[in-house]
Design a binder for this molecule. Structure first.
Ligand SMILES: *Cc1c(COP(=O)(O)O)cnc(C)c1O
Length: 360
């Protein structure tokens, strides 16, 4: 039987592991930060009607420039953006890959502050971009001085600041973004996958005017409850969008994706109506786990990084056997738990309480 090591794989991929969050059909899935609330019925009806209309046209290639969707996304983000400053792809992972294809590559580097989103190093190796992980301080919170010093030391070509940060939940402050932008002359990406959950901070989209190296990445996969559609998007200077056109595959966004996403954005208020409840469930989870003696890190997202587990992989296995999926990210003593519906959140609280001290 042939195995991977028998193949003439690119050197930069040898020994790498694919992205691998478990996909189990369990009753309570709180491991990949989805919005676990269902899509409202009236929105479903409009999306279905839009898809039916789009299907009539699928003998033709879709609008390569997805103008209607870009206009809708610009309207949703506001801040005076228009369609030529918007881009989208099949998930923000694909947007990030296109950015690395255009601005990274052999001889170039991507820097981020770890622990952070596990896809960044994978996207770097997939594009032969060097990966520079810089450890966060003990409380995971970035400071303007710390970030500026790291960028001056390493002089990367691309930097990603994830705010709120996955997997720690740590919010990202505006002064850190501004200090990063001024500390180097490369591409600065702010990954705002969880921005809608952070009621306290304004989107970095407001910082775009006059900053052509600043790119703000967003997704419909989290707050928008649209992970299965695969739609990520970017706000940036129109020249950056022109650069991404050099690497995107022709017609990369299917007519069905464009129709579904455009319809969902028409109902943004209804789609985002669950965000307040998810934040309330997150805070309830925080209070309950703190009372049980665990350490909960401050979060601006729809998940919590929780410390104090004696053996995170044993806790993961114990909960999985009860039909509850959480995430063991290999951070010693820690697990990550997504805030779900009220019932899901109660289920995970009760299951962890029943495990006893240290989750054993
Ligand atoms: C979930 C997530 C994404 C979103 O990925 P999609 O490809 O849009 O589903 C991007 N960045 C971070 C930090 C995430 O956690």
């Amino acid at each position: 039987m042939t195995s991977l090591s028998d193949l003439p794989l690119r050197a930069s991929l040898v020994g790498k592991e694919p992205y691998g969050a478990p996909q189990d059909p369990v009753p309570v899935s709180l491991n990949v930060n989805e919005n676990t609330h269902p899509i409202p019925e009236e929105v479903l009806a409009d999306i279905t009607a839009s898809l039916a209309e789009a299907v009539r046209g699928v003998n033709r290639y879709p609008d390569r420039e997805f103008g209607e969707l870009r206009t809708a996304l610009a309207g949703y983000l506001g801040h005076g953006l228009d369609a030529d400053g918007l881009w989208a792809a099949n998930g923000s992972n694909e947007v990030l890959q296109q950015i690395l294809q255009a601005f990274g590559g052999p001889g170039r580097t991507l820097l981020s502050f770890t622990p952070t989103y596990s896809m960044y190093p994978l996207l770097a190796s997939g594009t032969d971009t060097g990966w520079i992980p810089v450890p966060r301080p003990a409380d995971y919170a970035l400071t303007a001085e710390g970030v500026a010093a790291a960028l001056r030391e390493h002089r990367p070509d691309i930097v990603i600041l994830c705010g709120p940060n996955n997997p720690t939940g740590t919010p990202l402050e505006r002064d850190v973004i501004l200090a990063a932008y001024d500390a180097f002359d490369g591409i600065l990406i702010v990954d705002e996958a969880y921005q809608e959950f952070d009621a306290e901070r304004e989107s970095a989209v407001s910082l775009l005017p006059g900053r052509h190296r600043l790119l703000v990445s967003r997704t419909m996969s989290k707050a928008f409850a649209f992970a299965g559609v695969r739609l990520g998007y970017l706000a940036a200077d129109p020249a950056v969008i022109d650069a991404l056109r050099l690497v995107r595959l022709p017609y990369h966004l299917s007519a069905l994706t464009q129709a579904a996403a455009t319809a969902a954005i028409r109902h943004a208020d209804a789609m985002l109506a669950t965000v307040a409840d998810i934040r309330a469930q997150r805070d309830r989870l925080d209070t309950a786990l703190t009372e049980l003696g665990y350490t909960v890190h401050p979060s601006g997202a729809n998940f919590l990084l929780v410390g104090g587990f004696r053996d995170p992989s044993a806790t993961f296995a114990a909960l999985r056997s009860q039909g509850i999926l959480i995430r063991d990210l290999g951070i010693p003593g820690h697990v990550r738990i997504t805030a779900g519906t009220e019932a899901e959140t109660s289920a995970v609280i009760e299951a962890i309480a029943a495990l006893g001290p240290g989750g054993a």
